[in-house]
Design a protein around this ligand. Structure first.
Ligand code: C2O
Ligand code: CU
Ligand code: CU
Length: 507
């Protein structure tokens, strides 16, 4: 009975929206809200949308397929940022957000944004135990902020939407590095303008190091892969306004570390790939073209307790996974590639073809196990839920607990150092809903359960973002080591910009 009622309401809403939508709304917003998209959960119940979205709506960015890499260009490896000065206990860096021109396509200059460069940014390395002093410069012609995604840092220095740096200005922050080794990243976070700035190229890697023994070498057998999709216009420029989609902007052109049509030359050895989904909204299911398994050794917040053997790994926007592929088992003619599984029967997309350097290498690259295993205590398991987070809507109607972000409103409070259980629910709607990657600033949380069940092994490490399918509920053990104001939000950047974000004050 309830179902029939819902279907009827849905039908009426569709009729109304279809009848008057396109006339009195801008072409890019309302219409897109009812479209079906390629990461709806087909198995979620109450999904009455099958067949209604796509047919009726004209343009549908969500169905944009991603072009395969031809492997023409060797992958760009981001430089490691040189410190202004460094001692055992102290490190100084200057990070400058700037605009520039980058030759992404042969012989063509594309206007881009970057940190200390024209596009993307360098790797900023910090060591556990150090005090970091960062000078942050805004050389853009608009406001920006510098957010340290995944970093345990006080709210003041976290770089959320309240930490605006005006064009031409600079600001310094100081903080202690207190977490274990991890692959983190940094990006802008200005209120309502994050998606555009990231799309333009503002994103860099932040590596935390500690004294765990690690024989991998950066750029030799340890490579970051910042995976992004972009749409370029006819002049090969990035025109965000022209392609912007309120449900998340997808692109048809793949860039890894800013390289078009990338390939990676590797030796016959174990190779560690640090994957970052730096896309505005696209989800990736990543695997090897010959279906060989690999190991995932780290998630968002650092090393897993043990490597997890996987055939594929899924990454929603802002998630990281460090994987190890053993190339000593392959031959050059195997022509192994990193590919994206399109799930929907469509042909797979080649992300990164590997070129194998035949000379036999026998160094057994290794990384020591983590010293303090991630565990969820009995007490944490039994704690009652004290924060309920309800993710709802699509397009411009997205909300958290029915509300849109307001920088003058504090939505939640929590005590420093105390663990609370957050229950995050993706309220699936009649349109079927979509995945929301849920992210919390200033902490690395543990996943207690997903729909009441223990999470898969590769989600049993520290996380700062978790992908939540329509209708799903995740329980998280969340603790803030520092104080201040922090954001929590959907990491589809357009959802964040549309207000799918709240703030929590930690005292
Ligand atoms: Cu990747 Cu609010 O951040
Ligand atoms: Cu963040
Ligand atoms: Cu979302």
């Amino acid at each position: 009975m309830k179902k029939i009622f819902l279907i009827m309401i849905g039908f009426i809403v569709l009729l109304i929206m279809n009848g008057c939508g396109p006339m009195n709304s801008s072409p890019n917003d309302e219409r897109n809200e009812q479209k079906q998209n390629n990461h709806m959960n087909p198995s979620s119940e109450d999904n009455h949308s099958s067949g209604n979205g796509r047919g009726m709506m004209g343009m549908n960015h969500h169905d944009l397929s991603l072009q395969s890499s031809t492997g023409e260009n060797e992958l760009m490896i981001p430089p490691i940022l040189k410190s202004d000065s460094e001692t055992e206990n102290e490190v100084y860096y200057t990070i400058d957000a700037q605009q520039g021109q980058t030759e992404i396509f042969d012989g063509i200059e594309t206007k881009t944004l970057g940190y200390n460069s024209s596009f993307l940014g360098p790797v900023v390395k910090l060591k556990k135990g150090q005090t970091a002093h960062l000078t942050l410069k805004n050389s853009l012609d608009e406001e920006t902020t510098f957010h340290w995604h995944g970093l345990i840092i006080d709210g003041e220095a976290d770089g959320g939407p309240n930490a605006v740096i005006e064009p031409g200005e600079e600001k310094s922050i100081t903080f202690d590095v207190e977490q274990d080794r991890a692959t983190l990243w940094f990006h802008p976070h200005p209120d309502g303008n994050t998606a555009k700035q990231v799309f333009g190229g503002l994103a860099g890697l932040l590596y935390i190091e500690d004294d765990v023994k690690d024989t991998y070498e950066y750029g030799e057998n340890d490579f970051p892969l910042i995976i992004q999709d972009r749409t370029f216009n006819e002049d090969k420029q990035l025109d965000y306004a022209a392609v912007k989609d309120p449900d998340g902007t997808m692109g048809e052109t793949l860039l890894i570390n800013g390289t078009l049509n990338p390939r990676l030359t590797v030796g016959k050895e174990k190779v560690r790939l640090r994957l970052l989904n730096g896309s505005n909204m696209r989800n990736y299911t990543i695997k090897l073209s010959n279906n060989t398994s690999f190991e995932q050794i780290a998630s968002d917040g650092g090393l897993l307790n043990d490597p997890v053997e996987l055939d594929e790994v899924q990454l929603t926007p802002s998630e990281r996974a460090e994987i190890v592929v053993d190339f000593s088992q392959f031959k050059a003619e195997d022509d192994v590639k990193l590919i994206m599984d399109n799930n929907d029967g469509e042909a797979e997309t080649v992300l990164l073809p590997f070129k194998m350097n035949e000379q036999e290498k026998v160094n057994e690259n290794k990384i020591e196990q983590r010293k303090n295993p991630v565990t969820i205590s009995e007490e944490e398991m039994e704690k009652p839920v004290s924060k309920e987070i309800n993710l709802s809507g699509m397009g411009r109607h997205v909300a958290i607990n029915g509300k849109k972000f307001d920088k003058d409103r504090i939505d939640l409070t929590q005590k420093q150092g105390e663990t609370e259980v957050w229950e995050v629910y993706n309220e699936s709607n009649m349109m079927g809903g979509m995945i929301h990657p849920f992210h919390i600033h200033g902490t690395q949380f543990k996943v207690i359960s997903i729909n009441g069940e223990k999470p898969p092994e590769n989600l049993q490490g520290y996380k700062d973002t978790i992908s939540i399918d329509p209708g799903d509920k995740a329980k998280l053990a969340v603790k803030f080591k520092e104080k201040g104001m922090y954001m929590y939000h959907c990491h589809i950047l357009e959802h964040e910009d549309n207000g799918m974000m709240g703030q929590i004050e930690v005292e």
